[in-house]
Structures are given as structure tokens and as C-alpha cells.
Design a protein around this ligand. Structure first.
Ligand SMILES: [Zn+2]
Length: 328
């Protein structure tokens, strides 16, 4: 346990008896639904999906996880929130449907702010700051196709970084990306409160690929076993490609290979492809033009993100390339 909150600050849900409980948090909107699984005394893990409303892997896998866990087998407490940003989820959009506000950029939030800021404030104060471990499940959403990865913020605080690296290693079908602090994210709020946190990214596309569901389930089960929430043999973990970066620009994939024009984008590569510098990534065809505008790789690397939605506006990110080290 890294930083237990003072006893008198414990919320009511931390005093629930063993078993599976359902709680509505916030009178809403803003508000969200939480499954609270209480086992024997032990640590608290908070896991959520749909911080972005168009990402369905987390919501799907977390609903299944609630069904798979028998509270009698559990040590500690799991707070499982399949859908954190409900208004974005029901609109099928990344951010809030009215003002586009991005829940992953507004932490620690504001009780009198816009809708996303209110959700952030509610989640942080009612749930997240009582956690010992935090996991946030993302994906490429409707816009992008991703090469699944797990990531965390390199804090420079050795104990948190050690735990985060161990959490990320549990998602051993994914590659791992340690990156610098970026304010406003769920995991930024977690580490600000001394809580080790990781996120996962799956391929997206408004569906759930069966491999992603399987790999996410495996990662979550590895985490629950390795961190003592479930009893059982600790699974042997597969080697993982691990990239640690201090370059903030590297992880702002929303800015990479911006579209030179509005139009139709047709990619020339696939996620997972290794490409050379100057290789053709794809072509943007302005609607009024005869010829397309080629988009070439600005540096060599593996395609970890690729625009899936073919309609693009000027400046939309088309692809991200990262050099992935040999698994270890
Ligand atoms: Zn996301």
C-alpha cells in the first residue's frame, strides 16, 4: 500500500461487507456506475473503461470481469467502472458531445466546471484517491487503429515507477511505453496522489477484436494474481518490448503525420508494419482534386497508430511510428 487515506476519510463503499455491490456515483450527469467487489481485507484496485466514449474494449471486458470474479476468492477490493464518461459513451464520441471536452485532459477536474471537469472531480474524489492501484483501459476509438500497448508515467519516484513497471509487465501480449508526465490525464491524477497507475490501448474501430479481449483478460488476471488480489500460481510472463522515453512529443500521437489537406485518406501501410524514413504512409485525396497528396514517414519505426476513419480534415493525425526495442 503506497498512501492509505486517513481512516476517517474512507468513503462508505470501503465499509461495505464482502460481496458484489452496485453503486451509482453522482446524481448525474455527471455520474457513473460502479461495481464494487469486496473480498477479504486487502488493497484497493480501481479499473475503468470508456474514459473516452468511443472505446469499447474496456466496457466489454470489464463487464465480463465482474462476472468472472467470485468475491469469496478475492483479497482486497476491486472498483470496476466499465464506462466512466457516460455522456460521451452514449454519443459514441471521444469527448463530451456538447463541447468536446476530453476527460483525459481535465484532471483534477472542477465541481463547477464543464461536464468532463465535473466527472473528473467526482471520480478523483469519490473513487480514485482511495485506490492503491489504478488501471485505465483505452483504445483507438472510432478514428484510429492501434498496435496494442500498455503505458505509464515515468515519475522519477523509484517505488511508484517500480510498481508501475510490474503492473505494465502483466499485460504481456502488449508492448510497453513509459513516458513523461502530461497534466490532466487520469493516470497523472493518480500519480499526483501517490497511486501507481497504468493504462492500456487496444486497437479500437468501434468494436472489440477477439484477440484484444483475450489479451486484456490475460493482463488483468496476471495483475490480480501478481498483486495478491487472487490466490494462485503467478503466471510466467512473456517478454515485452519496452520503450522508455523522455520525449513528450513522442507520445502525443494526436499530432503525428498531420493530414496536409481535407479529403479521403487511403493508407499504404498497416498497423505493426516496420517502415523506413520517407516511406509512403498513405495518400490524402482532396475531394475536388484529381491527384492525391502523398504522406511520407518523417522517421523510421513500427506503425503503432494509423488513421482508420477515411474522412480527414487538415491537421488530423494519420499515423504514428515508434522504434520498438527487442522484447526482453
Ligand atoms: Zn482513450
Amino acid at each position: 500500500m503506497i498512501k492509505p487515506p486517513p481512516k476517517d476519510e474512507n468513503p462508505a463503499w470501503l465499509r461495505l461487507p464482502p460481496g458484489l455491490h452496485f453503486r451509482r456515483v453522482g446524481k448525474g450527469p455527471p455520474g457513473f456506475s460502479a461495481f464494487i467487489i469486496r473480498g477479504k481485507p486487502g488493497p484497493v484496485a480501481v479499473i475503468n473503461g470508456a474514459t473516452h466514449g468511443d472505446e469499447y474494449e474496456g466496457p466489454t471486458v470489464l463487464r465480463e470481469l465482474v462476472r468472472l470474479i467470485n468475491p469469496r476468492d478475492l483479497r482486497g477490493t476491486l472498483v470496476i467502472i466499465p464506462v466512466l464518461h457516460e455522456e460521451a459513451f452514449f454519443a459514441g464520441t471521444r469527448g463530451h458531445p456538447k463541447d468536446g471536452s476530453n476527460l483525459a485532459r481535465v484532471f483534477p477536474g472542477d465541481p463547477r466546471g464543464n461536464q468532463a471537469e465535473r466527472v473528473a472531480h467526482l471520480f478523483l474524489n469519490q473513487i480514485l484517491r482511495h485506490a492503491d492501484y489504478y488501471l485505465d483501459l483505452h483504445s483507438g476509438g472510432v478514428l484510429h487503429d492501434l498496435l496494442p500497448w500498455t503505458g505509464y508515467i515515468i515519475t522519477g519516484r523509484s517505488e511508484i515507477d517500480r510498481v508501475q513497471a510490474a503492473m505494465a509487465a502483466c499485460f504481456d501480449d502488449f508492448w510497453c511505453w513509459g513516458s513523461p508526465y502530461n497534466p490532466g490525464r487520469t493516470i497523472s491524477a493518480a500519480v499526483d496522489n501517490g497511486i501507481p497507475a497504468v493504462y492500456t490501448e487496444n486497437r479500437g474501430g468501434a468494436g472489440v477484436h477477439p484477440d484484444d479481449a483475450r489479451d486484456l483478460h490475460r493482463g488483468l488476471r496476471n495483475f490480480l494474481l501478481r498483486f495478491g488480489f487472487l490466490k494462485g500460481a503467478t503466471p510466467r510472463l512473456k517478454k515485452q518490448s519496452i520503450r522508455l522515453t523522455t520525449d513528450r512529443h513522442e507520445v502525443t500521437i494526436q499530432l503525428h503525420h498531420p493530414s496536409p489537406a481535407g479529403g479521403l485518406f487511403i493508407s499504404a501501410v498497416a498497423v505493426g508494419d516496420k517502415v523506413r524514413k520517407r516511406a509512403l504512409v498513405g495518400t490524402v485525396y482532396p475531394l475536388g482534386g484529381k491527384t492525391g497528396i502523398p504522406v511520407r514517414a518523417t522517421h523510421p519505426g513500427t506503425v503503432i497508430s494509423l488513421r482508420r476513419k477515411r474522412s480527414v480534415a487538415t491537421g488530423d493525425a494519420l499515423a504514428s511510428l515508434v522504434v520498438l526495442p527487442r522484447p526482453r
